[in-house]
Design a protein around this ligand. Structure first.
Ligand SMILES: Nc1ncnc2c1ncn2[C@@H]1O[C@H](COP(=O)(O)OP(=O)(O)OP(=O)(O)O)[C@@H](O)[C@H]1O
Ligand SMILES: [Mg+2]
Length: 333
C-alpha cells in the first residue's frame, strides 16, 4: 500500500448556501420543519428566495464544508461533487480551491444550474435548510476517479448523496475502490429525515462494513434505530459499527467503539450565532485527528474546537485558521 496523497477526500453535493435571518413565524408560514433539510424544486426555490429577507451567498455543501475544515487544519484534502458551468458553479470551485482543496470534477455544461441551499437562521441560532439539488444531481459513477480515491487515507461521504439517483452508485463505487486499496470509508448520516428516507440502506452499509466510521447527531441516531432512547440507540450502534461518533450539540459527543461508549464534552462558548456547519466541522476535526493517528478523545476535542468556531459566526466554513486555533488550545497537529 503506497502512502496516501490526501488525508481526507470528501464526496458530496456541491452546493452554494444562500443564508438569511428569519423569525420562527416565517418558518411556520412557509411550512418549514425547523432544524431540518427539505428538498425543493426550482419553482419552490424561486418562491422561497422571493419571500426571504436580505441574504448572503457562500459556498457550502455538507461534505465540502468538512473538507474545507480539514484543509484549514493543515490536512491534505480533496473534494468530488458536481456543479454547473455557471456563476454559482464558478464561485463554488474558486472558493474550495482557494481553501487549498483539490477539486477536479468537470462542471456540467448543460442541464440544471448549480445547487443552492436556502438557509434560514432563527434568533436562537438554529438553521433550517431547503435545498434545490440542481447540477449536484448529476454526480455519477464516471466522476469517481480510481486513482484519486486510492490516494486518500479516508473517503468521507454524506448521507445526502442518497437523494440524487446516480450519486448513490458513485458512493458505492468510491467505497469499493477505497477498500480495495486498504483505505477507510466514513459516512455522515446527514439529517434525521434523510435517515428516515434511507434507514434500511444506511443500516446495511454500516452492518456490512461498507462504512468504517459513522458520524451522526443524536436525532439521526434516534431515527436510525427508531427509538427516543439515546442509550438504547447508542448500544444498537455499538453492535453495528466499528467506530462511530454521535454529536449532541452543547452536550458534546460520544465516541462509540466495540469496547466503550466514551463521552467527550463540547467547547464552552458564549453565544451561538448560527449552528450551520457544526456537524460538518466537528467531522473535519475528528477526521484530521484520526488520520494523524491521534486517540479518539483528542480527535473529538479537535472536532469540538472546529464546531465551536463555526457556530460563533454566520456561515458554514471556518473564518480563521483551524491549525492556529488548535495550537492556541494546546492541540498540536
Ligand atoms: N451550543 C453549543 N455549544 C457548544 N458546542 C456546540 C453547540 N452546538 C453544537 N456544538 C458543537 O458542535 C458539534 C455538533 O453539533 P450538533 O450535534 O448540533 O451537530 P449537527 O446537528 O449535525 O449540526 P448541524 O447544524 O451542522 O447539522 C457538537 O458535538 C459540539 O461540539
Ligand atoms: Mg448535521
Amino acid at each position: 500500500m503506497t502512502a496516501p496523497r490526501y488525508d481526507v477526500l470528501g464526496i458530496g453535493n456541491a452546493i452554494v448556501d444562500v443564508i438569511a435571518r428569519a423569525e420562527d413565524d416565517f418558518l411556520v408560514a412557509q411550512g418549514m420543519h425547523k432544524g431540518g433539510m427539505a428538498l425543493i424544486d426550482e419553482a419552490r426555490a424561486a418562491s422561497i428566495y422571493n419571500a426571504m429577507g436580505p441574504a448572503s451567498e457562500s459556498s457550502g455543501g455538507s461534505a465540502a464544508n468538512t473538507i474545507v475544515g480539514v484543509a484549514s487544519f493543515g490536512g491534505r484534502a480533496a473534494f468530488i461533487g458536481k456543479v454547473k458551468d455557471d456563476e454559482l458553479g464558478k464561485a463554488f470551485a474558486h472558493d474550495i480551491r482557494a481553501a487549498r482543496v483539490a477539486f477536479d470534477v468537470k462542471p456540467a455544461t448543460d442541464g440544471p444550474s448549480t445547487a443552492r441551499c436556502y438557509i434560514m437562521v432563527t434568533p436562537d441560532g438554529e438553521r433550517t435548510m431547503n435545498t434545490y439539488l440542481g447540477a449536484a444531481q448529476d454526480l455519477k459513477p464516471s466522476d469517481i476517479d480510481e486513482a484519486t480515491i486510492a490516494s486518500a487515507a479516508v473517503v468521507y461521504l454524506e448521507g445526502y448523496l442518497w437523494d440524487p439517483p446516480q450519486a448513490k452508485e458513485a458512493f458505492v463505487k468510491a467505497a469499493e475502490i477505497a477498500h480495495k486499496h486498504g483505505r477507510k470509508v466514513a459516512l455522515t448520516l446527514s439529517d434525521s429525515f434523510c435517515v428516515d428516507r434511507y434507514r434500511g440502506e444506511f443500516l446495511d452499509l454500516i452492518r456490512k462494513g461498507t462504512v468504517d466510521i459513522v458520524f451522526a447527531n443524536e436525532h439521526e441516531l434516534r431515527s436510525l434505530y427508531e427509538t427516543a432512547d439515546f442509550a438504547v440507540a447508542s448500544v444498537a450502534l455499538q453492535k453495528d459499527a466499528r467506530l462511530a461518533v454521535v454529536t449532541r450539540s452543547e452536550k458534546g459527543c460520544v465516541v462509540i467503539t466495540p469496547d466503550a461508549i466514551d463521552a467527550v464534552p463540547a467547547m464552552p462558548i458564549d453565544s451561538v450565532v448560527d449552528v450551520t456547519g457544526a456537524g460538518d466541522l466537528f467531522a473535519a476535526g475528528f477526521l484530521v485527528g484520526h488520520s494523524q493517528g491521534k486517540d479518539h478523545r483528542t480527535s473529538a476535542r479537535l472536532g469540538a474546537l472546529a464546531a465551536a468556531e463555526v457556530i460563533q459566526h454566520i456561515g458554514a466554513r471556518p473564518a480563521v485558521s483551524l491549525k492556529a486555533l488548535a495550537a492556541e488550545n494546546g492541540l498540536v497537529l
